[in-house]
Design a protein around this ligand. Structure first.
Ligand code: 5GP
Length: 200
């Protein structure tokens, strides 16, 4: 097996972080960026309406369905998918440019998108974040108070599907307690290429 992350074959590193809605991916990434401000987390485009406090071009590029379709047609996306009634996509150029420059880039995306990246960019390191239990996931999703009952039901249905796919990922990380999950994520993202490729 070829070394997946050896410096010679992959100057930068593309990291995909996936996991059911409410599992805490956003919180983990926010904490990781506080420790490593240079880490680039890709800004996705979405047709979802902004939540209170969300800012265009900072949290997401908030697009109309028509604008999103244009971006798809123009090949702007590295991957894109529908999730709980809205479209989400990763703008290709800023991500690939940075990886080619040798930077670490993180995509926080759902399962279908992660599968597309696995095909188009197999060198990516794919991490799946798991909740400690289904009950805890449901509790976290409801306690965010950000989504309507219908949106929560859609997200929970999708979460069941996503959890079944966890084994497809390179690494499974249980987010039981923020500090220890953060430490594990930091170790994975900032592991030296030699360490990660030494088993291959
Ligand atoms: P939310 O609406 O809660 O911000 O995101 C819903 C889901 O869409 C989350 O699982 C999130 O990871 C995923 N998501 C966010 N951006 C993208 C993207 O660019 N592509 C894909 N495939 N999923 C995304």
């Amino acid at each position: 097996m070829a070394p997946r992350l050896a410096a010679s074959s992959a100057p930068g590193k593309l990291i995909v972080l996936t996991g059911p809605s409410g599992v805490g991916k956003g919180t983990l990434l926010k904490a990781l960026r506080q420790k490593h401000p240079d880490l680039f987390v890709s800004i996705s485009a979405t047709t979802r309406a902004p939540r209170p406090g969300e800012v265009h071009a900072q949290h997401y590029y908030f697009l109309s369905r028509e604008q999103f379709a244009e971006w798809v047609e123009q090949g702007e996306f590295l991957e894109w998918a529908e999730y709980a009634g809205n479209c989400y996509g990763t703008p290709r150029q800023p991500v690939l440019e940075r990886v080619e420059r040798g930077e670490k880039v993180v995509l926080e995306i759902e399962l279908e998108g992660a599968r597309q990246v696995a095909k188009s960019y197999p060198q990516a390191l794919r991490i799946f974040v798991l909740p400690p239990s289904w009950e805890e996931l449901e509790r976290r999703l409801r306690s965010r108070g950000q989504d309507s009952d219908i949106a929560i039901a859609r997200r929970l249905a999708r979460s069941r599907e996503e959890l079944r796919a966890a084994a497809e990922f390179d690494v499974q990380l249980v987010n039981q307690e923020l500090e220890s999950a953060l430490q594990q994520l930091e170790d994975i993202v900032f592991a030296t290429p030699l360490l990660l490729s030494s088993h291959s």
